[in-house]
Write a protein that binds this ligand. Structure first.
Ligand code: E4P
Length: 214
């Protein structure tokens, strides 16, 4: 399973990159609004740090505007993926962009049928938002399972990015289901590596090492 980091913060991206497990990055307007600087410069800097897909999002609501923005964002770097919201206008834009070989990540996906439409339009990635579904007492990971089954049934090449991840258990479930990618906030990514028994084990070994003759 590929691991993307879900942030536009360069320090967090550099740190996660140093761990040697990072495959890509996703941003959105909210994440970019938390950072200082021009969004194009930030996306370019991210592409310089991580050699993998880096998502930047359009804000137009009509397909023509989305395509125009997407073409512009795609010029930032060869690894840019353009996030398009899952609407009927979005589908039109995805179809056009897929013919122009611009990678797309269909975002704000909350149902298996939305994911089916996005794949048929030719999206490169689809992002079901599991945390936001959980927040309204729908089970986000059930939707991911449905999408994976549908894509396998029909041989779609679209990759599933499990997004809006809130805790490590989302990632365990995604991996068990065979999701292609998880995009993970920095704090959750850190938690993946941690276990209290590991910490306690290290403390004990260090204590016992003091008693060993050297
Ligand atoms: C990533 O592609 C999404 O924009 C992000 O995971 C949304 O996360 P949130 O629901 O925590 O805002």
């Amino acid at each position: 399973m590929k691991l993307f980091i879900d942030t536009a913060n360069l320090d967090q991206i550099r740190e996660a990159q140093s761990w040697g497990i990072l495959d890509g990055v996703t941003t959105n307007p909210t994440l970019l609004s938390r950072e200082k600087g021009n969004f194009r410069d930030i996306l370019h800097s991210i592409c310089e740090i991580v050699d993998g897909p880096v998502s930047g999002e359009v804000v137009s609501l009509d397909s023509e505007g989305m395509v125009k923005e997407a073409k512009d964002i795609a010029t930032i770097h060869k690894n840019i993926v353009v996030k398009i919201p899952m609407t009927l206008e979005g589908l039109k834009a995805i179809k056009i962009l897929s013919k122009k070989e611009i990678w797309t990540n269909t975002t704000l996906v909350f149902s298996p049928l939305q994911a089916l439409l996005a794949a048929k339009a030719g999206t490169t990635f689809v992002s079901p938002f599991v945390g936001r579904l959980d927040d309204i007492h729908n089970i986000g990971m059930d939707v991911v399972g449905q999408i994976i089954t549908i894509y396998e049934n029909y041989g779609f090449n679209t990759e599933v990015i499990v997004a809006s991840i809130r805790n490590p258990l989302h990632i365990v479930e995604a991996a068990m289901m065979g999701a292609d990618i998880c995009t993970i906030p920095f704090a959750v990514m850190e938690k993946m590596a941690k276990h209290p028994l590991t910490d306690r084990g290290i403390e004990r070994f260090l204590e016992d090492w003091k008693k060993v003759e050297k």
